[in-house]
Design a binder for this molecule. Structure first.
Ligand SMILES: *Cc1c(COP(=O)(O)O)cnc(C)c1O
Length: 373
């Protein structure tokens, strides 16, 4: 079998035609029709009205938090098991990320452990749909209501995922997406903030572009400190072509993820992310957790064996409570994060690109099955 990477971008639509159009017409900066079209169509895909395209997912999370009014002195509740950009984006605002351990089946933030972390300084809860699986949003909404908190979602891993029939992007006041090369939809580097709220939309637009006033003439006076988080028309051209294929790619991800789940759950000592019945999991990454006592081999032995067989893998994230950067910034690392530790010590992910075939998935799962002792 040829080398199977953890992820390959799939660019088989109008990408080249649209990028060529940008070059031919000279519209290569952030002005141009593709930015607007991409924003409109991706927002519609998320079942909301407004989209603000930006240059990567990390700044999308930052911009969403800024628009939601998060700043110095505030605390933002985030999952302890997430990608580091979720936490860094909170730090950029001057607020402090507060960690909540994961839940052992969906691997998402454990909603039963959020309330004990809420203080007088808490301003927001920021769920992350880990690996494409939306969180228990009803529990999060009810806490947000009870304590008057804003819900900002980092949906960088869950384009098109659904919770009780509603897509990510419509599950929070404001939501951030990434279009990095390994995400379910990609522009190479890119991101977007989406919202149904006109006021949050205007704030995001304003802060994204150096706080130029939105509705008065440019006299080069700036009332606030803004950012240049603009996305180029070239990247948006790729994004528009991707959105046109979004339903097709989404089905491929779901089908592949379900195949992996089906095969891997039959192997003793291997566990996978369990999909709750009320969600559509879009399987950004298909991970597994090794119980070496039952499986008979360690995680590193299995990874080495897969590598010998040309199968690429990646380790799971390390918990936020273990990040020196965040501890030095002033985050509180103490507490029980045993589920995160279990995931990060025993978990890794398998090739998960949209264009993976059934043959390849079967081959990978057979290798894992044959290697057990
Ligand atoms: C990928 C990712 C990001 C960051 O996106 P970039 O485009 O790489 O900056 C943020 N949060 C989560 C949960 C991610 O998976």
């Amino acid at each position: 079998m040829d080398f199977i990477p953890v992820c390959e971008p799939l660019l088989n639509g109008n990408e080249l035609a649209y990028v060529t159009d940008c070059i031919n017409t000279g519209w290569i900066s952030s002005s141009g029709k593709y930015v607007k079209a991409f924003e409109e169509q991706f927002a519609a895909y998320c079942q909301v009205k407004y989209g603000v395209a930006v240059c990567n997912g990390t700044v999308a999370v930052h911009l969403a938090l800024i628009a939601a009014g998060i700043g110095p002195g505030d605390e933002v509740i985030i999952p302890n098991f997430t990608m580091i950009a979720s936490a860094f984006a909170v730090c950029y605002t001057g607020a402090k990320p507060v960690f909540v351990d994961a839940e052992p089946e969906s691997w998402n933030i454990d909603v039963t452990k959020i309330e004990e972390k809420i203080t007088a300084r808490t301003k927001a809860i920021m769920p992350v749909s880990i690996f494409g699986h939306p969180c228990n949003m009803e529990a999060i909404w009810s806490l947000a209501k009870k304590y008057n908190l804003v819900v900002v979602e980092d949906a960088a891993e869950s384009h098109g995922a659904e919770y009780k029939g509603h897509r990510t992007g419509s599950l929070a006041a404001i939501t951030a997406f990434s279009f990095f090369a390994n995400k379910n939809l990609t522009t190479g580097e890119g991101g977007m903030v989406v919202t149904a709220d006109e006021e949050l939309y205007k704030k995001a637009l304003y802060y994204k572009n150096l706080c130029f006033p939105l509705d008065s003439p440019r006299i080069y006076l700036h009332k606030h400190i803004g950012y240049n988080y603009r996305m180029s028309n070239i990247h948006a051209a790729i994004g528009l072509a991707q959105v046109e294929k979004a339903d097709e790619y989404r089905e491929m991800r779901i089908k592949n993820g379900e195949l992996y789940q089906q095969f891997l759950t039959t192997i003793p000592g291997i566990s996978v992310q369990r999909t709750n019945p009320d969600v559509v999991n879009v399987h950004w990454m298909n991970g597994l957790v090794v119980n070496s006592e039952i499986y008979g081999r360690s995680r590193s032995e299995l990874i080495a064996y897969l590598r010998e067989n040309n199968i690429d893998t990646r380790l799971f994230f390390t918990g936020m409570n273990r990040q020196l950067s965040l501890i030095n910034y002033g985050c509180n690392p103490s507490g029980n994060y045993s589920i995160t530790d279990w995931l990060s010590e025993n978990g890794f992910y398998l090739p998960s690109g949209s264009n993976l075939t059934r043959d390849k998935i079967e081959f990978i799962c057979e290798l894992i099955d044959n290697f057990k002792r």
